[in-house]
Every structure is written in C-alpha cells, then in structure tokens.
Design a protein around this ligand. Structure first.
Ligand code: BES
Ligand code: ZN
Ligand code: MN
Length: 459
C-alpha cells in the first residue's frame, strides 16, 4: 500500500481504520491482518508510489518478510509500478530471501526460513516476473554464500578450506580455479601474503579464478579481494573487545568476489573476469612479522612494516601486481581495509577511491543499481609523503589521520597505470542490526555490486 492510497477493497479495511491501527504506508511500516482461518495478510508500506525504485521494493519486501518470521510460505501481490517487472520481481525476492537469511553451521542449525516465495501478477506480466525471479535467485544464492563464508569462524574457514570451497563452487559454476600454495607463492615472490602469514600455523593460499565468456570477451576485469581469515593484528595484537570477534569477517572482500563470480555464467556475463583471493590469517607468534621488518613484494618493491595490523594492504599488493602482468582493462579491489572507513561512513556506506573516473563511475553505477551504497574519497596524493620510508620504498602505514586515503595510496603504488578502483567495506561487511536488506551480522556487501559491475562492464 502506497502513501495516500487505500487498502485493497477485498480486505474490508478502510484507510482510517488501518491508520488507527498504526499503519503509515511508509517503507518500514507493516500491519498484520489476522483472520481465524486462511493466510495472515500483511499490509506493507511502499512509500510514495511515484518515488518507488527497486531499492525501495527490496527494502519493503524485506520488512514484510521480517514482520511474519514464523511464516515460511510468502506471497506478494506485485503492484503495477513504472518500473520493469523483472527488476521489481528480482528485488522483491532478494528482499525476502536476504531478510530471512540465518547463518547456520553444520546440518543442525536453524531450519531454512523461507520455503516458498510466490509473486502474484496478471498474466501479461508473468514472463518478465519469471525472468526477474530467476535472476533474483542467482543473486540471493551468491549473497548467501558470501554471508556464510564471512560468518564462518576463522578456526573453521582457514585459507586452505576457502581454497577447497572455491574449487568446489568454481567447478559447479563454470570457473577456472587455480590454487597457489606456499612454495608457489615463494617462487612468485609474493612477499606481502607470505609476510603476513609468518605468524600463522595455517598455510597461506592464493586463489585465482577465471571466468571466460562464450565468445570474444567484451572487456577484461580483474578483481582482487582481501582474504584475512582472522585478523588478530599480528604482533600489534588487537584488544579483546567485542568488535574484534567480528574479525573473522576480514575476508569479506574475497568472499564477495568468489560469490559474485559464481553468478557470471548463469547471468550471461560477456566480459572476462579474473579474481584473486589473498588468503591467510594475521596472527602473533615467535615467527611472526615484526614491526620494522622489511618485506619484498611481488614485482620487487620493498615495504617497511610499521604496523602488523595494517596487513590487508600487504596481501592485496601482490595480487594487484599480478593483475597488472596480464592483459586487463580495469582492476577493482575490495577489502575490509580500514577502521577509518567505518568511522567515516558508518555501516551502510562503503568508501571508494581510485585513479580513473571511468572505473569509479562504473562502480558507482553498479552500487546504485543494486543499492549497495558507496561514496568516493579523494586519492589525495599530497598525503603520499606519509608513506615514505627511509630504508624501503614505502612504509605500510601513514599518520593517524585520513587512514582510508593513505591505505588507498599504498595500494595505488602497485597498480601501475591500469585503471583501478578500490572499495573499502570495513563498515558495511557487518550490520549491527537488521536494516533494509542487510540482516544483523554479515551482509555479503559487495557481492551484488560486483555481479552488476561485471555484467555491465565496459573497457
Ligand atoms: N581489518 C582491519 C580493518 C577494520 C577495522 C575492519 C575495524 C573493520 C572494523 C585492518 O586490517 C586494520 O586493522 N586496519 C588498521 C590499520 C592501521 C593499523 C593503519 C586500522 O584501521 O586500525
Ligand atoms: Zn584486517
Ligand atoms: Mn588489521
């Protein structure tokens, strides 16, 4: 029900009556109409009809699905809107399924909470609705995979294990999957990933995924993801407060890439997409990387490690260099990189920074279409001096200010002149409460954005 409109006549409720019962027609408002028999009817606020976009549909349906948590069969009477029915149907399914997501580990977790989602629309709209639901199903499956991976504790989902998961889902979804283990990483000179791994008893893994479209690719996009399975801070050990229990999600970037790439063949992506997942945990130990150590990255640049907790940029750097060594039109990296980004944008907006307006525009457009909000920060080269080292090519940390910018400036050193955008999801990887399409907990943020980006990618 939209603002200023009346409830469907067959329900037998007047506008005044539903108002009296507290219903406002705004997105977020619901009213349950319970009858002795038959289904529970949920009047769901849609906001202003003229302003409705797919983001509003997704959120309104998420609110509907959360309003009746016991009901496992949901049906939506799809309103006629000035939007494509396929986009609306997809958004509706995404909203319902993502709102009902529960993290489960093993077979004995909570039951699947949504068994059926029916969309009711007149027959002229069926084909478009069906197309949208099919796409929505793929997007939901991918996002759930990313949430599952990000939510799995670091003691269970090790770097080796995520490599196995990648091989498994990659084989099922038409991707080439290559796993690089320690010896190979040594051979390749990946000193960033190896350095961060020094304090860990779990070996490091680099996963390379390649999606090749049927015909000649319409463009080449490489994705680089931070895969810190658990970020203890290394020798710069993080304190024991609750925030740091979420550091098992420090591989959300890698998870979003893996999840997104599982959707590309089904959705007919015409670009070639390569993904690098840089996986290890960041632990303190007698063998760990020390403050003041110097490491040599892929490509030969040396880095003085000022703070072992600034580890994301170290593992990413090797993959950024590898990405530039192959034919590529653009590199997009995604990482839970800086606490500063969480402070700046909160938990609902990701930061983006890059060296190329065209790539940033494509990232922004994808983010807008899927409602994974991003906001650009400047790649302020005036602060590059903060990364200067007296004994190495650069240090891995700037000053206390502008931490998201200096982190991006560090990454920029490794992309050469390839068009590049960086997405900092430190704030959005985790939601403190159910808001819009994210639930409390891991969000899988970035998955739908990267899928949309790949599908619409232009060199
Ligand atoms: N994984 C963290 C970033 C992070 C912090 C994500 C809080 C989500 C919530 C990253 O590895 C980190 O520790 N960054 C440091 C960098 C600093 C030492 C330069 C940070 O942001 O404090
Ligand atoms: Zn980290
Ligand atoms: Mn860290």
């Amino acid at each position: 029900m939209f603002e200023g409109e009346e409830p469907p006549a067959h329900l037998g409720y007047s506008t005044d009556r539903v108002k009296e019962l507290g219903f406002t027609s705004k997105v977020g408002s619901t009213l349950q109409l319970v009858t002795p028999e038959g289904p529970v009817v949920v009047l769901t606020g849609g906001g202003q009809r003229e302003e409705v976009d797919t983001a509003q549909v997704r959120d309104a349906v998420a609110v509907f699905a959360r309003a009746v948590p016991k009901q496992t069969h949901l049906a939506l009477a799809l309103p006629a809107l000035d939007l494509d029915d396929d986009g609306v149907a997809s958004a509706a399914l995404e909203g319902a399924a993502l709102a009902r997501y529960v993290y489960r580990i093993g077979e004995d977790g909570p039951e699947a909470k949504l068994d059926q989602f029916v969309v009711v629309a007149d027959s002229a709209r069926h084909e478009a609705v069906r197309t949208g639901l099919d796409r929505g199903e793929v997007l939901v499956r991918a996002t759930k995979l990313a949430r599952d991976l990000a939510g799995t504790p670091g003691g269970i989902l090790t770097a080796t294990r995520i490599g196995e998961v990648a091989e498994d889902v990659g084989a099922k979804t038409g991707l080439e999957v290559e796993i690089f283990v320690e010896d190979q990483l040594v051979e390749m000179g990946c000193g960033g990933l190896l350095g961060v791994n020094l304090g860990s008893v779990e070996p490091p893994v680099m996963v390379k995924l390649v999606y090749r479209p049927e015909g000649e690719p319409t463009g080449r996009l490489t994705l680089v993801g931070k895969g810190i399975m658990y970020d203890a801070g290394g020798l710069a050990l993080k304190p024991g407060d609750e925030v740091h229990a979420t550091m098992k999600n420090d591989m959300t970037g890698a998870a979003a890439i893996l999840a997104a790439m599982t959707a590309l063949r089904e959705l007919g992506c015409t670009a070639q997409v390569t993904g690098y997942l840089m996986c290890t945990d960041n632990m303190p130990d007698a063998t760990a990387l020390k403050m003041g150590d110097i490491i040599v990255m892929r490509g030969g640049k040396t880095v003085e490690v000022i703070n072992t907790d600034a580890e994301g940029r170290l593992v990413m750097a090797d993959a950024l260099v590898l990405a530039t060594e192959e034919p590529v039109d653009a590199i997009v990296d995604i990482a839970t990189l800086t606490g500063a980004c969480l402070r700046t944008f909160g938990t609902e907006i990701a930061g983006i920074i890059g060296n190329n307006a065209g790539v940033l525009d494509q990232v922004r457009a994808a983010a807008d279409r899927v409602d994974e909000p991003v906001w650009e920060l400047p790649l302020a080269r005036r602060y590059r001096r903060e990364l200067k080292s007296e004994i190495a090519d650069l240090r891995n940390m700037g000053g206390i200010n502008a931490g998201s910018i200096t982190a991006a400036l560090f990454l920029e050193e490794f992309v050469g002149d390839v068009p590049w955008a960086h997405i900092d999801i430190a704030g959005t990887a985790q939601s403190p409460s159910a808001e819009k399409w994210p639930n409390k907990g891991t969000t899988g943020f970035g998955t739908r954005l990267l899928i949309d980006l790949a599908l619409n990618f232009r060199a």
